[in-house]
Design a protein around this ligand. Sequence first.
Ligand SMILES: C[S@@+](CC[C@H](N)C(=O)[O-])C[C@H]1O[C@@H](n2cnc3c(N)ncnc32)[C@H](O)[C@@H]1O
Length: 183
Amino acid sequence: MASQRTLELGGGENPATDGVNVDVAAVPGVDVVADVTEEWPFERDSFDRIEAHHVLEHLPHDDLPTVFRQVAETLRDDGEFYAEVPLAHSRSAKNDPTHRSTWYWRTPMYYTAEDELSYEVGADAGLTVVHRHVRLFGTSGKWYARPPSWLLKQLSRRNPSLIEFVKLPYVTGVLEFTMRKRG
Ligand SMILES: C[S@@+](CC[C@H](N)C(=O)[O-])C[C@H]1O[C@@H](n2cnc3c(N)ncnc32)[C@H](O)[C@@H]1O
């Protein structure tokens, strides 16, 4: 079987994959310099997997339908898009002045046809959310943060909407989600 082709959005100097790293900054480690909110320089159906680690929150909400459309166009059928973003309630989401979009539990759903309000962003790119998960941890992984973090992780698995009520401003939380391109 041919090896998987992976595209990483905004990997910068610290890509998480060994795939093609596209970033707006021309820094070491970047393979293709391009703004992912513009038209992408990649062929349709040319990647099996796309990843974005701490990038989507740097893009304005207005540009995200364009990004998700191109995620779907660039993935092969059944290909997956994995992203991690800071959860909107967390300190790490709020303290960075370069953040342009906020991400709640429900936000990824808007970029699929699955949410009743997704028509508001005009999104039916052909993507389906197949997995969502919240990872919480305290500052520097302090020992006293581990038990509540573990508990919240379990809660977010069993009843994700609870996370929306917990709103812990001093906890760093990361929302991870995976979308699959409908074949
Ligand atoms: C917080 S850094 C994350 C870098 C890396 N993914 C990591 O996890 O360490 C955000 C990255 O997104 C890139 N970026 C921001 N806006 C972009 C855009 N419109 N198009 C492409 N890359 C962008 C930045 O240049 C930067 O490398």
